[in-house]
Design a protein around this ligand. Structure first.
Ligand SMILES: C[S@@+](CC[C@H](N)C(=O)[O-])C[C@H]1O[C@@H](n2cnc3c(N)ncnc32)[C@H](O)[C@@H]1O
Length: 237
């Protein structure tokens, strides 16, 4: 059920999957459900829901933003969303995932081997620490994140990774206009500029979605990101 329906939704966007890509999504679903029995990866386990709310939802930024072979960092990817569905769709992307939960990194490493993904790296770290390291700071074309924090906080976790001229893309649900308005100061302080915002509804269940795109206009001041937990406790306002 999930697979045919996924293909028909993608066809509406003129995306046709190869048999390898179909197989990769199928295996991703199987491993997600299997590992979810041993560890908490997702509350969504029905096949059609995983295909819609994880796989399809993760690739919606590509309807608005041209993904090709960029170097991307996914902050707080959890079970790989949104960057791994994007990687399956655009195999030339170079993906780095940073997540503070090590057991999720274990799952992702196994998943990447099973799916034979190349050009993916996983880091068990806090974004606040990795964003200060020379291995990550201001070297990415794109930072992307879904369901990690509100915009004011998320900007501090993501923008330090993006090189000047690159983009920060946030996948948001209902209420994101208020979040963006509240995060305006943080975005500017961290060197960002709101460049686009795309609103739409997820098919079938019609829940609100927004893809918020922020351009990195200038370098992030050295004092950011602040120590782990501080962006969340004292957002820049
Ligand atoms: C609610 S989950 C969302 C996972 C995934 N992005 C998704 O949309 O399904 C949030 C994830 O962000 C990670 N996370 C939260 N704060 C973080 C931080 N400061 N640095 C790195 N990872 C963080 C958590 O470990 C968790 O895996």
């Amino acid at each position: 059920m999930g697979e045919e329906f996924f293909s028909s939704l993608l066809a509406e966007q003129k995306i046709v999957l190869s048999s390898t890509q179909h197989e990769q999504f199928k295996r991703y679903f199987e491993l997600l459900v299997e590992w979810n029995e041993k560890m908490n990866l997702t509350a969504i386990t029905e096949k059609k829901d995983v295909y819609l709310k994880h796989f399809y939802d993760s690739i919606t930024p590509s309807f608005y933003y041209p993904f090709t072979d960029q170097k991307i960092v996914d902050i707080g990817a959890g079970a790989g969303f949104p960057s791994l569905p994007l990687k399956i769709l655009y195999p030339d992307l170079q993906i780095s995932i940073i997540d503070s939960l090590n057991k999720r990194i274990g799952f992702l490493t196994h998943l990447a081997n099973e799916l034979e993904l190349t050009g993916v790296s996983f880091y068990h770290d806090r974004a606040e620490l990795a964003g200060k390291s020379k291995h990550h700071r201001e070297i990415y074309d794109v930072a992307i994140a879904r369901a990690v924090a509100r915009m004011s906080v998320l900007s501090e976790l993501c923008l330090p990774f993006v090189k000047v001229g690159g983009d920060f893309i946030a996948l948001k649900g209902a209420g994101s206009n208020e979040e963006v308005a509240e995060g305006k100061k943080a975005i500017a302080v961290l060197g960002g500029e709101l460049s686009a915002s795309h609103s739409f509804q997820l098919p079938i269940e019609h829940s609100e979605r927004q893809i918020v795109q922020i351009k990195k206009a200038k370098a992030t001041p050295n004092k950011y990101p602040r120590k782990p937990g501080v962006p969340n406790k004292q957002p820049i306002t």
